[in-house]
Design a protein around this ligand. Structure first.
Ligand SMILES: Cc1cc2nc3c(=O)[nH]c(=O)nc-3n(C[C@H](O)[C@H](O)[C@H](O)COP(=O)(O)OP(=O)(O)OC[C@H]3O[C@@H](n4cnc5c(N)ncnc54)[C@H](O)[C@@H]3O)c2cc1C
Ligand code: FES
Ligand code: FES
Length: 1285
């Protein structure tokens, strides 16, 4: 790829989980004489597999240089990109879909995006932009009857379709490839270690397999390819059977469907979808079950690459098709040079029993999937952490065959995945049940037998033991009911229909096609059409994101002599370093050097952190204080060599006692800072006056930033004066500059930091990038060569830390009417091993914990715990998401105790009118109430609540829940100097304008808004103005871009610079009022008027005095409210987000499209924190969730089916520029409305089951927590002691 420099395709994870690397593959099938187009994850594609294929990258779809494609244009115009890092992958997924289906359905569009993650947008605008390609093209502007696409664009789409049919088809598949494929030669590719052979006949493949029995058959490489990062794992010979006709067959025989083993899972799905309607229904039961699994299995890219044969043979524990193929008695057609034979794909094959397995010389040629019969029932189930593109936690394939016309069991198969190392069968249980009637007694015995037979000891790997055991019987129960339902349908007079209660257990929850509404205020009709402020202007880099022309750090072309860097990190949470042996690493070919703490010429750490850690913090020397701490770095000619070198470094440790959890830290009195405390009123008096007092606790897990672009830096030493250029993905270039300079013992003026854009940050790139930049700079200094350091996803997740886990204890006194009289809160966060931002985070928790509630007597104490975990850091919302959830939990507890509706308790306790916070800051709650009331109306809360209750009365196994949450969000920082900002504006002689400022583009559209501001202030069109990059050479000492105020403070600086320039042009303008801008500029130059100005903003005046506990801690407040409705499946714990309505007081939005994008994106991130994202650590303190496989951020399937965002009209803010408000973070906390809606649903289930309602639900509310909270007969079955064998 470096030869052609196609850097549009992005690298986000390397394991097929994020979709950033999506390309389209086109291959010619000489037998069908067809070209097949499909999306693929290029990170898993072996280069040799591409021979004969055409690869289309985003550059081939369209570019600014040539012509952009409507897929790209539409996505950019619909504001479907923010940081843009996921965007080329999104474009490619849809492009591949449209190549196969010119008019896809909305379901196909959504499913095409299953495998693409976006951390910024919340997906809604992406879906909207592609809706225009769907069969039902017109969006009808949500019921207005008008279409959002103007005629010109509709024309473009038609043109696009025509272009597809006529031009692109032939363009992307060169005719010479077709000729090559028709020749069908054996292809052999050799590298130093591996020979790749792609035979074209089965005979040849079998000969090769006989010769190389250990050689794997690589088809999709989605199983084998995951081990590619291990430099010691390789195969001397690899066979690639994709071109063998017999392995690509599809035929319908007397016994069932035969499908070639090299067919991919997407082909299997398409074949089944086409075949099922043509067959009698009774014959298709296994096919229907397979289809159900295929809908949620992986993403479309993986489904298009992974083969049926690879799936069957690799026998992964959680593979979804094997249980059902086995239950359905599928047969494997095998071949070897010795002949052909058939074996059953049964439990013994899956268990790898020698007598039932394939021989090393054999290959699976095809799979026979038999027809079902009339008296047979087959079902498949799966439950994963996320509905789609996530491995199953448990899956199942179940089949029963009855004696004709009866419910007497003749044959029964029950298989589970996700329990052992491969699919397990409850064979013995099934045998015992043969001959039994299909009734409740049979079910209860079946549950007992299965729980005894399917072994899952409490210490089983993967954890979640009780939950997984519950799923075993919950699936069995659902199957039992499905069969009863089926029997009734077949023999309505013999078998009774299921009761409504039982019917509600049937069917898995599936999200529908999401739809959105966004409402904002139009600009004043008198505003000049040229003035872009207040208008939904497209992101300045939007088109470049979609074409892949936007450049991120790792897209910068390699520079002469560049080296790659890989780090060696601690495997111990707390230990002394006894020795570091780099000798073997230096022997690895290509390794140039190893950098340790001794190579740092200046300071090896930020003063504060270093003192805190009692050691060096950039590169550890004597002691390690967490797993993942960097000890040394290997620099080599290539990244692979650097990684191999890093593996060879040997470190000897002497273990020390680690402290890992908040509980441990409290026990050991291990804190980062002194207690932070606020008090209001008289707490003791408050408790005395209360009718009741309750106490409780809340635990919240942390959160990974999971920005799509991992931390990346490129350091280029200059030839003179020890200068260095540092290209870095950061929110805080000044910190990078300062720390690199101090590590190299240089003045800051020698270090030039450049940041064009950052592929997502969310707070995670404030303090951490300096570490990586320093290490790369030290390596560059030592070797004298440029050094590139782009972290792999697992390394980034291992090293960097994330949102602080939280533990809160509350005591709340309240009256019978719901009034809270007093509250005593103890808040703890797990800060990890160094200070980082933990002190500020705990301060913000203490300051913000009241949220929207006026608690007259309040005491809040906050503690930041010091542990041996990677140091946690800033994350969108900065403590408020934890604090807000905590106080809302208290409100729910009060509502539960008083029996009052939750929204009533909220209203009673909400701030009213002009008020003061606990730290005496004055504010007016008018807009809080406006948002709240508007949200009640817009969401139709009360009538929907009644409907939810009605639904819950009728459905025992499915419950709905609804919740409305108010929000008071404080914007900015509690110190003035944090808000300062600078800008530099140049006007060139042709009239064009270059704007620079200290803010960094993180996807939040800061530059777009700056251009809008410059356009208004200088009264020139946007097309005159350009932004180039954020650089320490143009605007020095920028504060970090964060706290929701990055845009408005830099905007003030840009405004200042523009106003200075406008004023300088005043005399010229007055002289020639009718003149053009260009004339004025030229005249000004002749008059020696400077056409360059710096602008500066001193910052909002804020302060907080922790001694007096008083302050004007935040510049202003922002209000909002959100109402969410969900449905949960009590049997599995799955939930579906039905609808969310958000009302946000964004005041006058400078760019409503960008602001709504921020609100939606933050909301979905919040939904991730509160319901999905879970970090696991080993008991030794090692983070186990290090990739998208194990750590699930929200995907397309997680957004509400109806997602409505309203910006509160007629609101103003005298503090920020143009009366705007900073909305970057506020939407995040509103994601908690989903948390509380789920809680509401769980409460409905518990109420019906007669369980206590004062239960606590910790965050995140994962499928496991939801299921286990809906306590029932099945959870009780598994809570009995584990059977001893
Ligand atoms: C990101 C991601 C998400 C996934 N999500 C899911 C999911 O949700 N559910 C699920 O069930 N699975 C999931 N998978 C797993 C996927 O189904 C399997 O990896 C896939 O089916 C393997 O097929 P392959 O062609 O890629 O195998 P390869 O990696 O090419 O080969 C795997 C093994 O099979 C052997 N083999 C292949 N074909 C034959 C043959 N014809 N005869 C004999 N041996 C053969 C090879 O020798 C090799 O050892 C996921 C995988 C990834 C990477
Ligand atoms: S980089 Fe390939 S899927 Fe993430
Ligand atoms: S825009 Fe999708 S990850 Fe940033």
């Amino acid at each position: 790829p470096f030869a052609v420099h196609l850097s549009g395709t992005k690298y986000g994870c390397g394991v097929g989980g994020c979709g950033a690397c999506t390309v389209m593959l086109s291959t010619y099938d000489p037998i069908a004489k067809k070209i097949r187009h499909h999306p693929a994850n290029s990170c898993l594609l072996p280069i040799s597999s591409l021979h004969g294929a055409a690869v289309t990258t985003v550059e081939g779809v369209g570019s600014i240089k040539n012509r952009i494609n409507p897929i790209q244009e539409r996505l950019a115009k619909c504001h479907g990109s923010q940081c843009g890092f996921c965007t080329p992958g999104m474009v490619m997924s849809i492009y591949a879909l449209l190549r196969n289906h010119v008019k896809p359905s909305m379901e196909q569009i959504i499913s095409a995006l299953d495998g693409n993650l976006c951390r910024c947008t919340g997906y809604r605008p992406i879906i909207d932009s592609y809706a225009s390609f769907a069969k039902q093209t017109c969006c009808q502007l949500r019921g207005t009857g008008q279409c959002c696409l103007d005629q010109e664009e509709l024309g473009l789409i038609k043109l696009f379709i025509l272009t597809f049919l006529k031009t692109y088809k032939s363009l992307s598949f060169p005719p010479q490839r077709i000729v090559q494929e028709q020749q069908r030669k054996t292809l052999i590719f050799c590298s130093k270690r591996t020979t790749w052979i792609s035979p074209s006949t089965l005979k040849e493949l079998l000969e090769l397999k006989a010769k190389y029995p250990k050689a794997p058959l690589v088809v999709g490489n989605t199983s084998l390819g995951l081990k590619k990062n291990d430099c010691d794992a390789y195969h001397p010979v690899i066979l690639h059977p994709l071109r063998i006709p017999e392995m690509q067959v599809f035929s319908i025989t007397d016994d069932g469907i035969v499908i070639g083993a090299a067919c991919c899972l997407a082909q299997l799905r398409d074949i089944l979808m086409e075949t099922i309607p043509k067959l009698p229904e009774e014959k298709t039961k296994i096919y229907q079950a397979l289809l159900q699994q295929l809908r949620t299995l992986a993403g479309e890219q993986i489904r298009s690459m992974a083969s049926l044969g690879g799936h069957v043979v690799s026998r992964g524990s959680a593979w979804d098709l094997n249980p059902i193929l086995s239950a359905g008695k599928s047969v494997l057609n095998l071949a070897s040079d010795g002949g052909k034979r058939q074996i059953f794909l049964n439990d013994q094959f899956l268990a790898g029993h020698k007598h039932a397995d394939i021989e090393p010389k054999e290959v699976i040629v095809s799979v026979l999937i038999p027809y079902s019969t009339k008296d047979e029932f087959i079902s498949a189930f799966r439950q994963a952490d996320r509905q789609k593109n996530a491995f199953s936690i448990v899956n199942a394939g179940l089949r029963v065959l009855f004696s004709p016309g009866t419910d007497t069991i003749v044959d029964l198969s029950i298989l589970y995945g996700g329990i052992g190392s491969t699919t397990l069968s409850a064979r013995k249980s099934c045998e015992k049940l043969i001959g039994r009637q299909w009734n409740d007694q049979m079910l209860s015995e079946a549950c007992k037998l299965v729980l005894e037979e399917i072994s899952l000891p409490p210490s089983a790997s993967g954890g979640k033991v009780e939950y997984r055991r519950t799923l075993l019987v919950s699936f069995l129960f659902r199957f039992y009911l499905e069969v009863l339902h089926g029997l009734h349908q077949m023999y309505p007079f013999r078998y009774a229909e299921l009761s409504q209660d039982k019917m509600s257990a049937l069917g898995m929850l599936q999200s529908g096609v999401p739809q959105g509404v966004q409402v904002y205020q139009d600009v004043d009709p008198g505003q000049s059409p040229q003035d872009p402020v207040g208008r939904p202007v497209m992101h300045q880099s939007g088109i470049k994101h979609t074409t892949g022309e936007a450049v991120y750090i790792d897209d910068i072309r390699p520079v002469d002599g560049e080296l790659s860097l890989a780090v060696v990190t601690s495997v111990k949470a707390h230990a002394k370093i006894k020795s570091i042996d780099i000798s073997e690493a230096l022997q690895v070919p290509g390794v140039i050097n190893v950098v340790t703490a001794k190579d740092v010429p200046g300071k090896n750490g930020n003063d504060e952190e270093e003192a805190f850690a009692k050691d060096k913090v950039f590169l550890a020397l004597r002691e390690v204080i967490c797993v993942g701490q960097i000890i040394c770095a290997v620099v080599a000619e290539t990244l692979t060599q650097a990684k191999c070198g890093a593996k060879k470094v040997k470190i000897a440790y002497e273990d020390l006692q680690p402290v890992l959890t908040i509980k441990d830290a409290i026990k050991h009195n291990s804190y980062i800072t002194k207690e932070r405390k606020l008090e209001k009123g008289d707490i003791e008096k408050g408790f005395k006056s209360a009718d009741k007092i309750i106490e409780g606790e809340l635990h919240m897990g942390g959160q990974e930033h999971f920005y799509l672009e991992t931390n990346s830096v490129l350091v280029i030493p200059r030839m003179e004066d020890k200068e260095m250029d540092v290209y870095v993905s950061t929110q805080h270039a000044t910190d990078v500059q300062k720390l690199v300079a101090s590590a190299l013992n240089l003045q800051s003026n020698k270090i030039m930091c450049h940041t064009k854009r950052v592929g997502g940050a969310f707070g995670g790139k404030i303090t951490k990038p300096s570490f990586f930049a320093v290490i790369a700079a030290v390596a560059a200094n030592k070797t004298g060569r440029p050094v590139r350091f782009a972290l792999e996803r697992d390394m980034d997740m291992l090293i960097t830390g994330g949102r602080h886990p939280f533990f809160g204890k509350y005591k709340v006194g309240f009256m019978k009417d719901g009034r809270i009289m007093a509250a005593d809160f103890q808040c703890y966060i797990n800060g990890g091993c160094t200070k980082d931002e933990s002190e500020l985070v705990i301060e913000y928790i203490v300051l913000k914990v009241d949220n929207a509630y006026n608690i007259p007597n309040l005491r809040v104490r906050g503690h930041a715990c010091k542990t041996n975990l990677p140091s946690n850091t800033a994350f969108r919302g900065f403590g408020f998401p934890q604090a807000g959830l905590f106080v809302e939990t208290c409100i729910v507890a009060v509502a539960t105790k008083t029996g009052l509706p939750h929204e009533k308790v909220r209203e009673i306790n909400m701030y009213k009118g002009v008020n003061r916070t606990a730290f005496k800051e004055k504010f007016d709650a008018e807009n809080l109430w406006k948002c709240w009331k508007e949200c009640l109306v817009k969401s139709d809360y009360h009538s929907r609540k009644t409907k939810v209750e009605e639904f819950n009365r009728k459905n025992y196994w499915k419950k709905k829940g609804i919740a409305i949450i108010p929000m008071k969000f404080s914007v900015g920082f509690n110190a003035t100097y944090f808000h300062q900002a600078g800008a530099l504006v140049h006007i060139y002689l042709d009239g064009s304008v270059l704007v620079t400022h200290g803010g960094i583009e993180l996807g939040q559209g800061i530059h777009t808004k700056m251009l809008q501001i410059a356009s208004r202030e200088l009264k020139i069109p946007l097309s005159y103005i350009h932004f180039c990059e954020t650089s320490s050479t143009t605007v020095p000492n920028g504060k970090y871009t964060a706290g929701s105020v990055g845009t408005e403070i830099n905007a003030r600086a840009v405004q200042d610079a523009c106003q200075i320039l406008w004023k300088r042009l005043d005399p010229i303008r007055r002289k020639n009022p009718k003149g053009k801008w260009e004339d004025w500029i030229s005249e000004a130059h002749k008059k020696s008027i400077s056409l360059s100005a710096t602008g500066y903003f001193k910052g909002y005046v804020t302060d907080m005095n922790w001694e007096s506990k008083k302050g004007h801690a935040f510049p202003y407040f922002l209000y909002g409210a959100a109402c969410s409705e969900v449905e949960i499946d009590c049997l599995t714990g799955a939930h579906k987000n039905i609808r969310t309505d958000i009302v946000m007081d964004a005041s006058f939005s400078i760019n409503p499209a960008i602001d709504i994008g921020q609100i939606e994106g933050a909301f979905i991130q919040g939904v991730g924190l509160y319901t999905l994202e879970e970090i696991y650590f080993s008991p030794e303190g090692e983070q186990l969730t290090l990739s998208p496989d194990t750590y699930k951020i929200p995907a397309v399937c997680d957004i509400p089916e109806q997602f409505h965002v309203y910006l509160l009209p007629n609101s103003c803010n005298s503090i920020a520029i143009y009366s705007s408000k900073g909305v970057g973070e506020a939407g995040f906390f509103l994601g908690s409305s989903v948390f509380f809606a789920i809680r509401d649903a769980v409460a409905a289930a518990r109420k019906e089951r007669g369980l206590p309602l004062d239960f606590t639900l910790n965050s995140p509310l994962t499928v496991e927590r939801i299921r286990m909270a809906c306590d029932d007969i099945f959870t009780k079955m598994v809570s009995v002691p584990f059977p001893q064998k």
